[in-house]
Design a protein. Structure first.
Length: 302
């Protein structure tokens, strides 16, 4: 059978942006080739690092416990979820608390394609062409006080629409948090869509956060509130299992989850037997973010 080249099957728009996207993956391919990067070496030989995961997998293999705990549940159970009208409130340690409708946000901030890797703590990964803008642009609209040290994200609480919230799987509403400097980092993204389309419900419509260098659970979906706080927030996952889920949760191949290794990952591409690849420190974004943690013991602050 004739082997189809990637360039022949890639949607044109994405193919054109390929260079930009390789750069955003954080593998530093500007000057080096894949094979010459010592960390990834042979394990990646058969994996096309530049190919975004198919739309089908990004939108049917999800974690969104508000809609159920199976990977297909969010797709199956979220289609009727109402995302209009929707308001996001920014409050807490700020001079001027503000509320924004999604329409205001979409018209005030221009979304660009941002292709980032998502590494789930469960050991799989995807490469996702998100649409979005830096969260810092939105946070700069309110004047936060010097007393603000962390930012807390809150997902909508609506058990009538979200069947998962009728059970106490997690401490609802879903809460996540970042340190202020992490939240203000340009890679931290407000996601408005994917593959050039509006964001599907199962991926966190109408707006979700994405933090490329952290395990996927830090990226809260369908947010309704962003709160500036003095103390480190207690996230839903920290409450569920503090031994397993720390506040920082930076992707780190050297620190195992108590029940499994985090050294490798399985790219989601429909092939259950695809070779696992080595996970990169900070999910490949070390050049951009390692300085945020200089001097910190990452075993202690996992
Ligand atoms: N946000 C909410 N509100 N509820 C969730 O269950 N799951 C997290 C994160 N955000 C989750 C959430 C986890 S574990 C992952 S891996 C990512 O969403 C998955 O995002 P995706 O389904 O768009 O790939």
């Amino acid at each position: 059978m004739k082997k189809i080249k990637y360039s022949e099957i890639t949607p044109e728009k994405i193919y054109k942006k390929r260079r930009k996207f390789i750069k955003s993956l954080g593998y530093g391919l500007g000057s080096a080739t894949i094979g010459s990067i010592p960390l990834i070496g042979n394990a990646l030989a058969n994996t096309d690092l530049t190919k975004p995961t198919d739309y089908e997998y990004i939108t049917t293999y999800n974690n969104y416990y508000e809609f159920g705990t199976n990977k297909s549940d969010p797709y199956l159970n979220s289609q009727e979820f109402k995302t209009k009208p929707w308001t996001i409130r920014i409050e807490g340690e700020v001079e001027n608390p503000m509320s924004f409708s999604v329409e205001e946000i979409l018209s005030s901030f221009s979304s660009e394609e941002r292709v980032y890797r998502l590494r789930c703590v469960e050991g799989w990964s995807m490469i996702i062409p998100w649409m979005g803008f830096s969260l810092s642009q939105l946070l700069n609209k309110v004047n936060f006080k010097t007393s603000a040290k962390f930012v807390e994200f809150e997902t909508i609480y609506d058990p009538e629409q979200m069947i998962g919230q009728r059970k106490s799987i997690l401490n609802w509403p879903y809460i996540e948090g970042l340190r202020i400097d992490e939240a203000m980092h340009p890679l931290t993204t407000v996601v408005t869509g994917l593959y050039g389309k509006s964001l599907p419900n199962q991926n966190g419509a109408p707006l979700r956060i994405f933090v490329p260098w952290k395990y996927g659970f830090k990226s809260a979906k369908s947010i309704v509130k962003i709160k500036f706080v003095k103390e480190m927030p207690n996230s839903s996952w920290m409450i569920a299992s503090p031994r397993e889920y720390g506040f920082y949760s930076n992707v780190n191949p050297n620190i195992d989850h108590p029940r499994w290794s985090q050294a490798t990952e399985r790219p989601i591409n429909g092939d259950m037997f695809a070779p696992r690849i080595k996970t990169l420190m900070f999910n490949g974004y070390a050049d951009e973010v390692a300085h945020l943690y200089s001097g910190m013991d990452l075993k202690k602050y996992f």
